[in-house]
Design a protein around this ligand. Sequence first.
Ligand code: PLP
Length: 374
Amino acid sequence: MFDFTKYRKLFLATEKYVYLNHASTGPLPLPAVKAISDLAIRYSGQGSIEWQEYEALSNSTKNLIAKLLNASKDEICFVQNTSQGIIYAINSIPFEKGDNVIILKDAFPTNSYPFRFLLPNVEKRYVTSKDLIDNPGCLLKLIDKKTKAVSLDWVNFLNGIRIDAKRISQICKENNIYFIIDGMQGCGAVRIDLNDIQPDFFSSAAPKWLLGPHGIGIFYVNKNVLGKLKPSNIGWLSADWDDFYDILTPRKLKTTASKFEEGTKNYLGIIGFRESLKIFDEIGIDKITSQVLDLTEYLIQKINNPEFEIITPLERAHRAGIVSFRKKNTDSIKLFNKLKENNIICSLREGYLRIAPHFYNTTQELDRLIELIP
Ligand SMILES: Cc1ncc(COP(=O)(O)O)c(C=O)c1O
């Protein structure tokens, strides 16, 4: 059996806490802390760092991302957060008067606010994550000739529902509709295969399940749509540069997703993220997926009785790393505070306790949680 516990020492949070809050923030592993601090010291000591070194850093990090997601490196660029990727997708799609979009009624606001405020004249049609697991085909009732995009959270922030992204992508393809995925609550917890799913866009930031720093994230643009999009956030670094000896000669724009990186990147974030990604690469995302699903299953089995209302699907295929529940006739805030006082860290969302273990958590830690919610 694979020894996940040896990775625990990479996370200082494990020394003091039972840390079950990866749906909020993943603790930064020590190799990421060291890489960021080493680069920061070099910044201080030498100021400028060679462009070629930064390019090599970006490229090696993108290679790890591409491998994790089963995508091509040319389809990957860096963003600051999930929102930025969703906004880039919206700004790149050639929306026309009379178009409509389908979004989630229970989306995390990352995947609804940009639609509401950037597309005030585009009709919004709503579906819920529950509707989609019961029957992904329910989308067909909402789709018509004017449906331009479907934008969904792969894993719901509250109930942890993991939708069937492949089936939904097929429906979008058959109806010539752009498909955007907010992957934030699943990416790093369970495996996703973008080459198989073929969405048009996928956005996920680093600091939850991917255990990376704040201010850095992944934006994927399918190679089949890259050439068809409206130019969006084009800047000087959207062009191809080998060096900066001759700045004023016009350069050609990149044809890869990197053209969305309009200016200087967050190298401190990227170098930390690369270390986090190396851990995923070393263990393997399939092993991580099984471990996360085993841990959530363990917890579900312990609380699956009439005293609890569990809003997360019991089936493995329909969930990822989140289990949300409340104890009937018990104040969730009191329970949440009791857990906190006992150094068990989770989230309280909409009256439900949201438990989100990662691969380095243990069943013994879940037992400590269960002991406190008798
Ligand atoms: C589904 C989902 N998407 C995105 C985010 C965060 O968005 P951003 O990275 O833009 O802050 C969250 C939670 O913070 C989330 O639950």
